[in-house]
Design a protein around this ligand. Structure first.
Ligand code: SF4
Length: 445
């Protein structure tokens, strides 16, 4: 790799480096991208990592490839300080669900980013707590964090991952975390890809830093498969960076709908040939990761549970219902591993219709209940979003029967309480295990 030289082409380049311990890999990627060129040290800097999950449940849920590492966030904070920046904050709005114990505050701790903030005297901002401002996104009203809207220099710091609904979840998609919870739901109901693009256009990130220490196949959650990638990609141009990130994952950026939508909005192309790359050539380090998977059915299959189908819910299933369903299935897969059921179907989201041949249908959330209203024998677990406790109870009782269902639910309730109180932790076979030194928990500490 040659020494970084200042960027000069019309389209800002993406700088790609191999990650090595220490700050020099990130420093070099920022220099390749001329990333701090427009950064006035006196401006307010907001770092938006991708934490998504608020750390409820087991602390042993693998974080590799699902959330941004504290390592990269800390290195970025130090480089910003070196540049002279004094007003730095880190903002996120994770899945917020009291029943799952998920809050942004817990997410900051679980990711290691709270430690970074304390050590470097950086402010943490919970976007879920507001305030938010109304913004028109092409006729759809959204509420976006005031803090994010008013940041002088917004830096999107996604992790390098695939996404079962949007193929990739990189810099543009990461900014969906700046919305209010209600707006996040609206996005799924009114055209997810177009709204991701419009939201990013409003927020105008000045820099994107893709944390590719780990990458995730079959994302976006820990039910996917993580790989050690050891890459960093940086650009002042959000589209350029995401196009390169897609290529690193082996996904053609022109096939990613929200990248195409963003490119249309700014009158450009998401084609890879349009991406000026500096540093490590893309074709030397790209790998092909699968993004399409029904991780729900994989969880059941790995637990040798048969006779249960869970059709993939699709884009109109919001993150909260999708996560609630995932949590319930992860618990069930542990508690009733090896069981055989007969014709059970679990449907979530507005687009899934239960199969006529299914003998027991369980509908997850108000959307699924509405779109399957003609299925009078179905059991609907209402809520918008669905509550995971009610969902788990319904799944257990309606698949196992009342007495066995209660025998499964009672110890599960006690274990959940014990997790919350920090009295014990638990391994779930649904999650893959990752071993040091390749997978290093210190990246999140
Ligand atoms: S029921 Fe679930 S999927 Fe439907 S709008 Fe509410 S949160 Fe979204």
């Amino acid at each position: 790799m040659n020494e970084p030289t200042p960027a000069s082409s019309a389209t800002p380049p993406v700088g790609i480096t191999r990650y090595e311990p220490g700050r020099n890999s990130l420093r070099a990627a920022i220099e390749w991208a001329d990333g701090f060129r427009d950064l006035d040290p006196s401006t307010s800097v907001l770092i938006k990592p991708n934490i998504i999950w608020g750390g409820g449940g087991s602390k042993k849920i693998p974080r590799y490839g699902m959330i941004t590492t504290a390592r990269i966030v800390e290195d970025l904070v130090v480089l910003l300080r070196e540049h002279g920046c004094t007003d730095i904050s880190i903002g996120e709005g994770t899945v917020a669900d009291p029943q799952m114990g998920s809050t942004t505050s817990r997410g900051f701790t679980w990711s290691g980013i709270r430690r970074v903030a304390q050590q470097h005297r950086v402010r943490l901002v919970d976007f879920n707590a507001g305030p938010h401002e109304p913004v028109d996104l092409g006729g759809i009203q959204a509420r976006i964090s005031t803090h994010a809207l008013r940041a002088g220099f917004l830096i999107s710091v996604p992790v390098l991952k695939t996404h079962a609904m949007t193929k990739v979840s990189l810099g543009l998609k990461n900014l969906k975390g700046c919305l209010s919870m209600g707006s996040k739901k609206r996005f799924h109901q009114h055209g997810l890809d177009e709204l991701i693009a419009r939201n990013a256009l409003v927020l105008q990130p000045k820099l994107t830093v893709i944390d590719g220490i780990y990458a995730l196949a079959e994302g976006p959650t820990s039910l996917g498969a993580a790989y050690r990638f050891d890459l960093i990609a940086v650009s002042r141009d959000a589209l350029t960076c995401d196009a390169a990130g897609s290529a690193l994952l082996g996904i053609d950026p022109t096939s990613v709908e929200h990248l195409v939508a963003y490119a249309d909005l700014v009158g450009r192309s998401p084609r890879l040939e349009a991406v000026p790359v500096r540093g490590v050539p893309l074709d030397e380090v790209s790998r092909s990761l699968s993004w399409e998977a029904n991780t729900y059915e994989d969880v059941l299959r790995r637990a040798q549970i048969s006779g249960v189908t869970v059709p993939w819910p699709g884009k109109r299933c919001c993150t909260l219902c999708a996560t609630g369903l995932g949590c319930a299935l992860v618990a069930l897969a542990k508690d009733v591993a090896g069981r055989t059921f007969d014709g059970v179907e679990i449907c979530a989201g507005a687009d899934v219709r239960a199969q006529p041949r299914s003998k027991k249908v369980i509908l997850v959330g108000d959307c699924a209940a509405r779109s399957n209203a003609d299925r009078r024998d179905a059991v609907a677990v209402r809520g918008c979003p669905v509550g995971v406790t009610g969902l788990l109870s319904t799944l257990a009782i309606h698949t196992l029967g009342l007495s066995e269902g209660l025998r499964v639910l009672a110890p599960r309730a006690l274990k959940t309480l014990a997790h919350r109180l920090g009295l014990c932790d638990e391994l779930f076979p649904a999650y893959r295990t990752y071993s040091p030194p390749e997978f290093d928990p210190l990246h999140f500490s």
